[in-house]
Design a protein around this ligand. Structure first.
Ligand code: SAH
Ligand code: SF4
Ligand code: F3S
Length: 447
């Protein structure tokens, strides 16, 4: 042991579930004497929590490791670890490719991190990419029971992972391999974690899962709870003002969840519901197990329950075999649905997935389709932003804005909003009227 506190720097890539896991890893290292630092130069332990979803995401990790290895010359006690989905997918290969890496830990083994770090500190190369039977979260400290000096202050919004893994096996996707089978956490544990968050000033909880609406956790009194049942239980927590969830799969949207969008006041009118493509032929090749028509019919039902619902989605262009006609189907679906916001990607062949065996479309064709799709999605986003002008909504203020006297937060529809407002409103929800729309943010005044 050294006399100064040990410092941990965590860098997070990929999805929100990695954000949640990074916080849990930092908490797990607290009792080992580690405090968090924002700067890698000060750190005794650097953890990269990585993403394997597309080739670019995975390659980023190696360029970052290339930059970080120089720090070891200055601090021979520095240990570098790779966690997350690249760790799970590539395992020991990471250490072979970048010898500066001392430890590799897969996303289902984080409760063993303190032990792995101890081994790495004694000079061993430590690796654990098991997918053990036990649930890592049951063996990790409860969220935010430990807050070390240097840890980020609690914000009014928090993530809560309720479900992990995926059994869907979309033909392009690595998640079922990197995160393992679908597992739901017990409802009682989630409720106590949610209450603890609210006690610490959290006003908005976003429930997370790779297939969050497939949630089916053990209920406190036997039986299983659906996601809608969990949302209704959270709705009763006094002080909690907003509930969101992400990411959903169209095939797991049950009637009770659709209904909750119309009847649960705390459930926010924003929904991220990926479809990936608008051509039935491509959806079938992707193994999505739904048609474009089924997706649109689901959106119609959701909008009947909650007319002001703002929709977001994910799209992949250039999937193997995608013709111009298939791509036109995607554009037509986007026209029909009307998204307030969306993510779109060029297909990236991932080792080990079924689609990787097939020939992709030429790069320049995929690039052109992505450009055309993003143009349409961009128009829809601008229209949705402009439609907010003159309307009232709520904002949960998260932090100071760039201008003096300004606070920034998110609308009910998850849009960034800038408002001239007293500092006392930080961490609070207030009613505002939108005065101006920009492509990625809104300006509003208090009402
Ligand atoms: N579980 C979520 C999202 C998982 S990954 C769901 O089922 O929708 C997030 C997004 O990354 C996906 O929705 C998809 O649009 C994109 N994606 C996944 N694999 C990809 C690949 N091989 N190439 C390009 N985009 C991919
Ligand atoms: Fe990947 Fe499909 Fe599972 Fe989403 S549902 S995580 S895209 S396999
Ligand atoms: Fe990436 Fe793993 Fe999330 S591959 S998107 S970090 S589940």
């Amino acid at each position: 042991m050294t006399d100064h506190p040990l410092k941990l720097h965590v860098k997070t890539y990929g999805c929100q579930m990695n954000v949640y896991d990074s916080e849990r890893m930092a908490e797990a290292m607290g009792p080992q004497g580690y405090v968090q630092t924002d700067s890698p130069e000060d750190a005794d332990l650097i953890l990269l929590n990585t993403c394997h979803i597309r080739e670019k995401a995975a390659e980023k990790v190696y360029s970052e490791l290339g930059r970080l290895k120089g720090l070891k010359a200055k601090n021979p006690d520095l240990r570098i670890g790779v966690a997350g989905c690249v760790a799970q997918a590539e395992g020991a290969e990471i250490m072979a490719r970048q010898p500066a890496v001392d430890l590799v830990v897969g996303p289902q083994a984080y409760h063993r991190l303190p032990d792995l770090v101890a081994r790495a500190r004694s000079g061993e190369k430590a690796l654990d990419t098991d997918m053990p039977e036990e649930d890592k979260f049951e063996h990790l400290p409860q969220a935010r029971t430990w807050v070390g000096t240097g840890a980020k202050t609690v914000r009014p919004t928090a993530f809560l992972t309720v479900q992990e893994g995926c059994d869907k096996f979309c033909a392009f996707c690595v998640v079922p391999y990197t995160r393992g089978a679908e597992v739901s956490r017990p409802a009682a544990r989630l409720m106590s974690e949610a209450r603890a968050l609210v006690d610490r000033g959290v006003k908005e909880i976003t429930l997370l899962g790779q297939n969050v609406n497939a949630y089916h956790g053990d209920g406190p009194e036997g039986g299983t709870w659906s996601l809608a049942r969990l949302i209704w239980a959270l709705d009763e927590i006094e002080g909690l003002e907003r509930i969101r969830f992400t990411t959903s799969h169209p095939n797991d949207f049950t009637d009770d969840l659709i209904e909750a969008h119309g009847t649960c006041a705390k459930l926010m009118p924003y929904l991220h519901l990926p479809v990936q493509a608008g051509s039935d032929r491509i959806l079938k090749a992707m193994n999505r197990k739904h048609t474009a028509e089924q997706y649109v019919a689901l959106i119609d039902r959701l909008r009947a329950a909650r007319p002001d619902l703002l929709l977001s989605g994910d799209f992949i262009v250039g999937f193997p075999g995608e013709t111009e006609e298939d791509f036109q189907d995607t554009l037509r679906l986007v026209e029909r649905v009307g998204y307030g916001q969306a993510y779109s990607f060029k297909y990236s062949a991932r080792p080990g997935t079924p689609a990787a065996e097939k020939e992709g479309v030429p790069e320049e064709v995929a690039a052109d389709r992505l450009r055309r799709l993003q143009e349409l999605l961009g128009q829809q986003q601008r229209a949705a932003q402009e439609a907010m002008v003159g309307r009232e909504t709520h904002v949960l203020f998260e932090k100071a804005g760039r201008l003096p006297g300004q606070l920034v937060g998110k609308s009910d529809y998850l849009q960034a909003v800038h408002v001239i407002a007293p500092d006392s409103l930080k961490g609070q929800v207030a009613r505002v009227r939108v005065t101006e729309a920009k492509p990625n943010s809104l300006a509003a005044e208090l009402v």
